[in-house]
Design a protein around this ligand. Structure first.
Ligand code: 5GP
Length: 194
């Protein structure tokens, strides 16, 4: 998606060979116009998949997921990372090791919002080693929901997550796939070149 890749090139900050910071439009400040375009793009790519719900992870998955839900006309559920006073039992939970925080979190959703009747699109802001996505797959398996596919805003294709998830047969769509981060530069995968 060219507009996203241009935004990454102009505003992204390469913190190391493995971490990209996109705080000016996705992870801290949010660019609503770009999020709307992202939502339309995912809705187009997953048209005809009979999606009934979107599942994402707080907090950075919420903006692109809500915009996609708006276009597809389906609700968005976000898994919570912290224990909440109002979310205590009747949960589906999974353990997720955070790539950026280097710690394990239990992620949870209420059993009220996803059931075996649902066909779910999993979404997240980044895909690195796949832990977050595998945690959401685990939760959907507990709910016996159908998984329509996985929509990722930025995939770091040099890390293992995308390969592992595709090997398991899931349909993965990414809007910007990064081949390399080095010397402050972002290189996109060949087929993704703008
Ligand atoms: P994974 O679970 O696939 O290893 O990592 C994905 C999760 O870690 C995403 O939810 C995202 O929040 C975070 N993440 C992974 N890599 C990056 C990165 O390079 N930049 C930012 N901002 N977040 C990342």
């Amino acid at each position: 998606m060219d507009v996203l890749k241009q935004k990454i090139l102009s505003e992204g900050k390469v913190l190391s060979d493995t971490v990209l910071k996109v705080d000016s439009f996705l992870n801290h400040q949010i660019d609503p116009v770009l999020m709307q375009e992202i939502g339309k793009e995912f809705a187009q790519r997953f048209k005809g998949f009979d999606i009934t719900k979107i599942l994402t992870l707080e907090s950075s998955g919420i903006a692109p997921a809500v915009m996609t839900g708006l276009t597809l006309g389906v609700p968005v559920v976000f898994a919570r990372k912290r224990k909440s006073l109002t979310l205590t039992d009747h949960l589906y939970s999974a353990e997720v090791y955070s790539f950026t925080k280097k710690e394990s979190n239990e992620i949870s959703i209420s059993q009220d919002f996803i059931s075996s009747e649902d066909t779910v699109l999993i979404m997240d802001d980044f895909l690195a080693n796949g832990q977050a996505v595998f945690g959401m797959i685990d939760i959907l398996n507990q709910a016996k929901a159908r998984i329509a596919g996985i929509g990722i805003v930025i995939e770091k294709g040099f890390q293992e997550g995308g390969k592992k998830i595709r090997q398991q047969g899931y349909h993965v769509e990414t809007l910007a796939n990064i081949a390399k981060l080095s010397d402050g530069n972002v290189t996109f995968k060949k087929e993704e070149t703008c």
